[in-house]
Design a protein around this ligand. Structure first.
Ligand code: FNR
Length: 413
């Protein structure tokens, strides 16, 4: 309503309300490297396209002459009342898009009461992001390290910052084949972006120190020009924090340790089952696309699933997230909440995902494009626009609450 009124008064919104314009405007302000990393998908981009095409295959069938003068977009998720069924997806290395990540994104989310899922590969320690959110809900996303002590340390920190849930991302045991990044010859982590959860972790720092000590024993220290350059750029990037944490040697060792241990490709169901003893927080598995995996996850005791193909960044030619949601909703049959992630670009998309069985959705690239354009307020505006469009779509379809949105509101095109 406020957005419309501003328009009537001739005020232009700070960020474009159309996704295409938003994306184009963001591209103009981002460096080629940031654009490649944020926008890029796996392989030929087929999964990214499939994510969008799936939404186009479903059409909303609005109803009329129902009193829609008062509406409520609120939902309850893991015992929390949320203003809408929308969360901000975890995004690593977001400071490539704009300085101040992840604290600025957290603060924008908190202004709207929208939960932000802190990435394992965030640019600020989760404690700093949480501090920017007051009592607003936050979740934590875990990449399962090869080092179990580090996993436990991350889980303990997530509990300490009062995260409502832990999301374990399973589709990124290895980084996908992403030609846009590969051709530029640069991935963010090489410069130290996206490792702040690690460099602020006592277990991680212990591992780095042990590795440095072991290396010093077995080989004389070799000072290369590259190592010196990387040390200098780290000092600039993390004034105080990084060097305080690491002390003396060696940011480079931290980056190398991170690359070696951040992910465990051998992860199995037994590890997921062990989470029940490791944390009291509800656990969601992110990246589940097959109904058999969804059933298996319920047996393993997880609290929810994030149906996602990582925004088309991992397996090219994979099933769209929305198509997977339809199959998984049938298999799960309401036993645990499903969160749809990948391809959400508008309020109408949120409506369709809810109608097809999602309890909530997460927003990835759109909020990062807002961040690139307008920093903290850009994130807030993009998200607020999407929430406003969702509320309108619901009302104009003849519905007044999220619980009323079901399959009967859609037809297959
Ligand atoms: C991501 N994503 C992601 N997921 C995750 O679990 N941990 C992470 O650190 C990241 N990092 C990340 C960085 C960037 C730049 C992007 C674009 C995405 C995936 C993200 O959580 C989400 O699954 C997708 O972005 C959803 O798809 P859309 O909304 O971008 O289409």
């Amino acid at each position: 309503n406020a957005i419309y009124r501003a328009g009537v008064l001739g005020r232009k919104p700070a960020v474009p309300t159309s996704f295409d314009q938003l994306e184009r405007a963001a591209k103009r302000v981002m460096s080629p490297k940031a654009w490649a990393y944020v926008h890029g998908g796996a392989g030929l981009g087929g999964t990214m396209r499939a994510n969008r095409e799936a939404f186009d295959r479903w059409q909303i069938v609005p109803r009329v002459l129902r009193d829609v003068s008062s509406r409520d977009t609120g939902v309850e998720l893991f015992g929390r009342s949320l203003p809408s069924p929308v969360l901000l997806a975890p995004v690593g290395a977001a400071e490539l898009a704009h300085p101040g990540a992840d604290v600025a994104i957290a603060s924008a989310a908190a202004e709207l009461g929208v939960p932000y899922i802190f990435s394992s590969q965030g640019c600020a320690p989760m404690e700093e992001s949480a501090a920017a959110m007051g009592d607003s809900p936050r979740w934590y996303q875990l990449y399962w390290s090869t080092d179990d002590d580090l996993v436990d340390s991350f889980l303990a920190r997530a509990e300490a910052i009062e995260a409502d849930a832990v999301v374990v991302t399973l589709d990124t045991t290895m980084l996908g084949w992403r030609p846009e990044d590969l051709d530029l010859g640069s991935l963010p982590f090489a410069q130290g972006q996206g490792i702040a959860q690690y460099t602020s972790d006592p277990v991680f720092l212990r591992i780095v120190r042990e590795r440095i000590a072991a290396a010093a024993e077995s080989a004389p220290v070799e000072v290369t020009l590259g190592a010196v350059k990387s040390l200098l750029s780290m000092t600039k990037r993390y004034p105080g924090r990084f060097l305080d944490n690491i002390r003396s040697p060696e940011p480079r060792a931290a980056v190398e340790t991170f690359l070696d241990i951040y992910s465990r490709p051998s992860l199995g169901w037994a590890d997921i089952e062990s989470l029940r003893e490791r944390t009291s927080l509800p656990v969601l598995l992110k990246g589940v696309l097959h109904p058999d995996d969804a059933r298996r996850a319920i047996d393993a005791g997880v609290g929810g699933l994030v149906v996602s193909n990582h925004g088309g960044r991992q397996v090219d030619g994979s099933i769209s997230a929305l198509d997977a949601l339809v199959d998984i909703a049938e298999a799960v049959d309401g036993r645990i909440p499903l969160v749809l992630d990948s391809g959400i670009r508008s309020g109408a998309d949120v409506f369709k995902a809810i109608a097809l069985g999602a309890s909530a959705v997460t927003l990835g690239r759109p909020h990062l494009y807002g961040f690139a354009l307008g920093g903290r307020d850009g994130v807030r505006d993009v998200t607020a626009n999407l929430l406003a469009e969702f509320d309108l779509t619901m009302g104009l379809s003849g519905l007044t609450s999220v619980a009323e949105i079901d399959r009967s509101a859609l037809r297959r095109a």
